[in-house]
Design a protein around this ligand. Sequence first.
Ligand SMILES: O=P(O)(O)OC[C@@H](O)[C@H]1O[C@@H](OP(=O)(O)O)[C@@H](O)[C@@H](O)[C@@H]1O
Ligand SMILES: [Mg+2]
Ligand SMILES: [Zn+2]
Length: 184
Amino acid sequence: MISANQLVILDRDGVINHDSDAYIKSLEEWIPYPSAIDAIVQLNKAGYSVAIATNQSGIARGYYDEATLHSMHERLTELVEAKGGRIAHIAYCPHGPDDQCACRKPLPGLLLQIQQQLAMESLAGSWMVGDSLRDLEAGESVGCHSVLVRTGKGEQTLAKHTNLESTLIFPDLAAFTDWLCQQQ
Ligand SMILES: O=P(O)(O)OC[C@@H](O)[C@H]1O[C@@H](OP(=O)(O)O)[C@@H](O)[C@@H](O)[C@@H]1O
Ligand SMILES: [Mg+2]
Ligand SMILES: [Zn+2]
């Protein structure tokens, strides 16, 4: 069984791949940070499981469909597995802000889906890595450590919220990964 402190949960847009205020609407627009792919594999090789929790309101807004989203996640999985890594689970919220779902971050639904999928008793002590406050809020609601990266919307998040005292801040996922692996 995966222990909570050996799980890293990643936000997708702005952490693994470039984000856009116009949403990531196609496979062509899904451009991973090369260092992020390598970081996921590095985490795996250091004994961490990696899962993804991503809001995808672009589906509810009609900008793209679930098949297109799945093609992005197939590509991500291919890139990670080609380097010997593995994504344990990808949880996504296809709903819009007004749909009153239980899974759109900052609600914890995506993280609870990951917990159930990985048969874990708790996520307390896992790591939640995001570029937006809602990522961190979702993680903290289930006891995750908060990590903010400056990629994607990270700089805007930092400028808007100066009271992130319990949050670790790194330039990008690779920098957090290097730090975490040095803690072992
Ligand atoms: O960062 P994650 O959760 O992986 O994905 C975020 C995306 O779903 C989109 O989320 C939207 O927020 P709204 O859903 O419109 O509030 C906007 O921030 C877009 O720029 C962004 O691409
Ligand atoms: Mg994001
Ligand atoms: Zn949802």
